[in-house]
Design a protein around this ligand. Structure first.
Ligand code: IMP
Ligand code: MG
Length: 181
């Protein structure tokens, strides 16, 4: 794929990701036996992880989508989170897992989790394919996560820089030359 010219390093290959997603799906399958589970995809970054994950969960689940925005064309969070698309489903009494691409500052998920908890669900947990603990600006940890990444800007497997690179099959470090002009 031509987009690899802007990639500095591949951190996790498509094969390693597939193996990890399988493990997370198995864990969720074990943890939610006999429970009514709704998986919530946070658009757009988590969409690719989400579609892989749900196919690795052997339970009678339902899915829904929300969208938030905070970044714009920048590599650092503005700290301001806005909900641009809400759930279509009521979640009262249901077990919910919010599925994310990466927990960086944690501000997006803190906001989304609080908002969903206010609707009286049975539980709200967080599942993220990536965790970037160095960026954290609030106390928040994912209940399920795939890989811990260092303080670098990641693209691929759904993650973008200015809406580009989402379709890269691997989890990659973006070459800083792309955003430091
Ligand atoms: P937060 O800082 O935890 O609120 O992260 C919010 C969103 O920022 C994530 O869902 C990603 O979409 C985006 N983000 C954070 N770090 C990265 C990165 O390294 N690459 C691409 N997107 C990122
Ligand atoms: Mg994003």
């Amino acid at each position: 794929m031509k987009l690899y010219k802007d990639v500095k390093e591949v951190l996790y290959s498509a094969d390693e990701i597939a193996q990890k997603v399988k493990e997370i799906g198995k864990k969720i399958t074990e943890d939610y036996q006999g429970k009514e589970l709704l998986l919530v995809c946070t658009l757009r970054g988590a969409s690719i992880f989400f579609s892989d994950l749900v196919r690795n969960i052997d339970l009678d689940i339902k899915i829904d989508f929300i969208a938030t925005t905070s970044y714009g064309a920048s590599t650092k969070t503005s700290g301001e989170v806005k909900l641009t698309k809400d759930l279509n489903t009521p979640i009262v009494g249901k077990h919910v897992i919010i599925v994310e691409d990466i927990v960086d500052s944690g501000l997006t998920l803190k906001y989304v989790k609080r908002m969903l908890e206010a609707r009286d669900p049975a539980s709200v947990k967080i599942c993220s394919i990536l965790d970037k603990p160095s960026g954290r600006r609030t106390e928040l940890t994912a209940d399920y996560y795939g890989f811990v990444v260092p303080d670098v800007f990641i693209v691929g497997y759904g993650l973008d820089y200015a809406e580009r690179y989402r379709q890269l099959p691997d989890i990659c470090v973006l070459d800083p030359k792309v955003y430091t002009k």
